[in-house]
Design a protein around this ligand. Structure first.
Ligand code: FES
Ligand SMILES: [Fe+2]
Length: 425
């Protein structure tokens, strides 16, 4: 269990709250680039860390993220005109650029200097991997955008979706931490070999994996070891990466090292989050059969199966085909597990076991980061130099190894090989 005070520390994300301030030290996903596909297209509402914002792409293709409400008298800029390198409020015509400068105040007399005295809230944006990333923190502390290996792949090699989750970001993130639920929640009785990158039989072989969380410079590396047979261990290495990402080896034993999947749990506010699903393949385009969210998420980013319709659970299917009775898409299983806890779960009510040691390790790490920031220190994984922006050691692995081998030593060996790189200090 987690004391109420620590639960609040981890789940409250608005400005001025400790976790809100920690989140504001990192670049976070704000929206998909495809939501604002071309210059001067309609702006899009974005709620992020409890702030109501508006994203727009100006005439030169640059992206801005502004406070939704006009600095003059508060009309929503959502209804504004996106024209000639600025967004113009429809009430009195104040016009803003992507940096929040007021360019024009047509209702003021000629020669008015009012526009020079007003700075509209605006957050810097960068685009990578089909995502608009934004930084909502202090302007003098802007870090580099982390250079994860999937950031610069051709769009054909990436499949990025997002869905609104009706629960706290932390409930989503904690779902990335316990490898044990793979053996239960995502179990299929009919397609064990196909799901989860073909590793279904390996999850099923052992439902109580040995888990370990190791603190890293970027977050927490998590090892899970299942007995595959008398002589073999099924090892999975996943990562929680600051501030809100889970890097998961969904490629499976056969898929690895083709790629892994990233689930980002970006807070919309304390009780809602946006789950970004970033799926990539290193050396080939994504196949159509890998685009499994297309039938699950509506144009408004709400899931078609959701808490209000009980995820369209089919009790007959639950008897014969899947553990949940909710189809084969992991997103839906995970959503049911985390959203049905309620919007902000009170962790004082829980009863943790050894299958939760990685959840506990991640909470401890996040609390340490919060307290370090409160003490005036720069939090981990805030990237400031090109050298520090080598992210190859944030590697995911799914493999089988002889049970005589030490899993931790194996991971270090693998990371030293060509494709990976281990932190040596
Ligand atoms: S409220 Fe926007 S210009 Fe007046
Ligand atoms: Fe899951």
């Amino acid at each position: 269990m987690l004391p109420r005070e620590e639960n609040d520390l981890l789940t409250q994300v608005s400005q001025g709250r400790p976790m809100g301030e920690l989140m504001r030290r990192y670049w976070i996903p704000a929206l998909l680039s495809s939501e604002i596909p071309e210059p001067d297209c309609p702006p899009v509402r974005v709620r992020l860390l409890g702030e109501d914002l508006l994203a727009f792409r100006d005439s030169e293709g640059r992206v801005g993220l502004l406070d939704e409400h006009c600095s003059h008298r508060g009309t929503s800029l959502f209804f504004g005109r996106n024209e000639e390198c600025g967004l113009r409020c429809i009430y009195h015509g104040w016009k803003y650029d992507i940096c929040g400068n007021v360019l024009e105040t047509p209702a003021e007399p000629t020669g008015s200097t009012l526009k020079n005295k007003v700075q509209h809230t605006a957050y810097p944006c960068q685009e990578s991997a089909g995502i608009v990333w934004s930084y909502l923190g202090p302007k003098d502390k802007i870090p580099l955008l982390p250079n994860y290996e999937w950031m610069n792949l051709p769009s054909s090699h990436l499949y990025v979706t997002k869905s609104i989750q009706d629960c706290s970001w932390l409930q989503g993130l904690e779902g990335e931490c316990d490898s044990s639920h793979l053996s239960v929640l995502h179990k299929s009785f009919t397609t064990q070999q196909q799901r989860g990158g073909g590793d279904g039989a390996l999850y099923a072989a052992d439902s109580s994996p040995h888990l370990e969380g190791i603190e890293m410079d970027y977050g927490v590396r998590m090892l899970s070891c299942r007995k595959a047979d008398a002589d073999t261990i099924y090892l999975r290495v996943s990562n929680i990466v600051l501030p809100c990402h889970g890097f998961i080896p969904t490629g499976g034993v056969r898929g690895n090292p083709e790629g892994y999947t990233i689930h980002s749990h970006v807070p919309i506010d304390d009780a809602h989050s946006m789950r970004y699903n970033i799926h990539f393949r290193r050396s080939r385009p994504i196949r159509n059969d890998e685009r499994q969210h297309d039938d699950e998420i509506g144009v408004d980013f709400k899931k078609l199966r959701n808490l209000r319709n009980n995820y369209l659970q089919d009790r007959e299917q639950q008897k014969r085909e899947t553990f949940t009775g909710m189809g084969q898409t992991f997103l839906i299983h995970d959503s049911c597990a985390t959203e049905s806890m309620g919007p902000i779960y009170d962790r004082a009510q829980e009863h943790l076991g050894v299958s939760d040691v990685t959840v506990i390790a991640v909470r401890r790490f996040l609390l340490q980061c919060i307290r370090a920031l409160q003490a005036g220190k720069e939090p981990p994984h805030v990237v400031r130099t090109a050298k520090a922006n080598d992210m190859r050691h944030v590697a995911c692995i799914a493999t089988t190894i002889p049970s005589t081998k030490d899993p931790k030593a194996y991971v270090v060996e693998q990371l030293k090989k060509e494709k990976y790189w281990e932190v040596t200090n």
